[in-house]
Design a protein around this ligand. Structure first.
Ligand code: SAH
Length: 254
């Protein structure tokens, strides 16, 4: 009989942001496939004799190809094992969860998805930023900044809509394109003084952030040498960022 696959979202970093269901699923697994963005502390909830396989696709680093990971999960489940595939944030938000569910289902494997707190919600909250706020932000938009400027990206982002939307803009994987993102937003009419935050390793003890205005953020982030994983939050609600983050900015940009 085939085993099953739990596709688990581990949240943005802080291990206490795991759901009870994620903890239970981890405790049932014979094999844990853990992504490199995931806090290793989650493994305390795995069985002591569970096999742990590290996989990851972090940009620029040595990586495990997606197809290999999917094949491996199918193999393991076909051996009758219960597999926990643990991903950062939520599996269905820029996590390729949809593709993995498709592959597993096609192979006749039962898969259950466990939501996680996506970085786009957990990381702003770690700075005290509410992504919506009455009178300030009517909604929140999640986009990826990763492929935003590639020639092959035929769909493209509607910068005008993003700049005018009256919603908070949360950009995943936006750090390496930060300069181009800022230019696109300014060109689309966003005001130069729009508050913006860039947060590295949000919710973890190693969290670092730079908060400032749109037209000055790229220089401040470069001076602070923020690195991946980092999230970009743009909008009036960024005013709520803890003063500690603001002090950070001042110190870093001094
Ligand atoms: N499925 C994940 C996102 C995967 S894409 C989720 O739902 O959160 C990876 C990107 O998420 C990173 O490049 C970064 O932009 C963002 N990210 C994830 N964890 C983060 C963290 N702790 N702090 C800042 N950004 C983070």
């Amino acid at each position: 009989m085939n085993g099953k696959v739990w596709l688990i979202g581990a949240g943005p970093g802080d291990v206490e942001l795991l759901t009870l269901k994620a903890v239970r699923a981890l405790g049932e697994a014979d094999v844990v496939l853990i992504d490199d963005l995931v806090n290793r502390e989650v493994l305390q909830f795995a069985k002591v004799n569970a096999r742990v396989i590290k996989v990851g696709k972090r940009g620029g680093c040595r990586s495990t190809p997606q197809a290999f990971i999917e094949r491996r999960m199918v193999q393991l489940a076909c051996e009758g094992l219960t597999v926990a595939r643990v991903k950062g944030g939520d599996p269905y938000v820029f996590g390729r969860g949809g593709e993995e569910v498709e592959t597993l289902t096609r192979a006749g494997i039962v898969v259950e998805v466990v939501n996680g707190i996506t970085a786009g919600l957990g990381v702003p909250a770690a700075l005290g930023i509410p992504v919506t706020h009455r009178g300030l932000s009517k909604g929140v938009t999640f986009v990826t900044g990763h492929t935003a400027f590639e020639a092959s990206d035929t769909v493209g982002l509607n910068w005008k809509a993003l700049a005018d939307g009256g919603t908070t803009l949360v950009i995943y994987m936006g750090l390496s394109n930060l300069g181009a993102i800022v230019s696109a937003l300014l060109k689309a009419g966003m005001k130069a003084s729009m508050p913006i935050a860039v947060v590295q390793e949000g919710t973890l003890p190693t969290q670092r952030s730079v908060v400032g205005r749109l037209d000055q953020i790229a220089g401040a982030v470069a001076r602070a040498a923020l690195a991946s994983p980092a999230l970009v939050v743009v909008g009036e609600v960024v005013r709520f960022a803890h003063s500690i983050a603001l002090q950070d900015t001042e110190r870093k940009s001094a």
